[in-house]
Design a protein around this ligand. Structure first.
Ligand code: MG
Length: 262
């Protein structure tokens, strides 16, 4: 599915370039400006380092943030989220990502404990195989749930969405089947009155969410390609802006890539 995703992305890029259109326009367009958050890879940071990372992200222009949870001690997670909420203030969009760390019961307990901190969503609370578990966490935990970076097809998302197991479907264009599958997943979410968000590959995904009326936040992933491409993602007032270059508009910086070769 990863290989198919890459081929599908390349073919959509080719089609858009032949049409002389940026990809988001070829996909129907909606709004080139997409709400965007910085995804931190920060589970092991001290609270001081976490807040320093946060200040750096605010200085870079982000107006929404995601942090990791899933420390061995739930109390540590609560303390970190509480510190972040206190630092950012009420109303600032803050998400938390558990990367499948918990059992269903642990996730329900964590979600209930995190309720006072007004998370936009809690992400991947448990293994992606457990659809009924996600449904229980969502209904019993009382916090919106994001999931999907480890689902691998339109049909996986159909099973999650139709079971009421996810609040924010979160496809990754590089592993869900490419642009074709991502857009079908986004439309499926729309038909269920759900927002769609994204995982990874933000330089391409900004086009896809820019073509979705039900788009939520674009994830600006912690593992970005900024050093290896000519035009890194542009942020304006906390919004990512889809580029107007034809196709997906990504061009490798070959000198930057050459620096990777030992
Ligand atoms: Mg995640």
């Amino acid at each position: 599915m990863l290989a198919l995703s890459a081929l599908d992305i390349a073919l959509w890029d080719l089609k858009a370039r032949r049409a002389g259109l940026p990809l988001f326009r070829l996909l129907g367009g909606f709004d080139a400006r997409v709400p965007c958050y910085a995804g931190g890879i920060d589970l092991d940071l001290s609270i001081d380092a976490l807040l320093k990372q946060t200040d750096d992200n605010l200085a870079r222009g982000f107006r929404a943030l995601k942090m990791k949870v899933g420390r061995p001690d739930l109390g540590a997670d609560i303390g970190r989220v509480k510190a972040m909420r206190g630092h950012l203030g009420d109303g600032f969009p803050l998400m938390a990502d558990a990367n499948m760390k918990w059992t269903v019961e642990e996730a329900i307990r964590a979600a209930r404990a995190l309720q006072p901190f007004d998370l936009t969503w809690l992400e991947e609370p448990t293994i992606p195989d457990d659809i009924a578990g996600h449904q229980r966490i969502l209904s019993a935990g009382g916090v919106p749930i994001a999931a999907g970076e480890n689902l691998r097809s339109l049909w996986d998302f159909k099973n999650y969405i139709s079971a009421g197991a996810v609040s924010y479907p979160e496809p990754d264009v590089t592993n869900c089947g490419g642009v074709s599958a991502f857009m079908k997943i986004a439309r499926l979410a729309e038909a269920f009155n759900l927002p769609v968000t994204s995982h990874g590959a933000h330089d391409i995904t900004v086009h896809l969410l820019a073509a979705c009326p039900n788009r939520s936040f674009l994830e600006a992933h912690g593992f970005g390609l900024d050093r290896y491409i000519e035009h890194p993602l542009v942020l304006e007032n906390g919004m990512a802006v889809a580029p107007t270059r034809p196709g997906h508009g990504i061009t490798f910086d070959w000198m930057g890539l050459a620096a990777l070769v030992p």
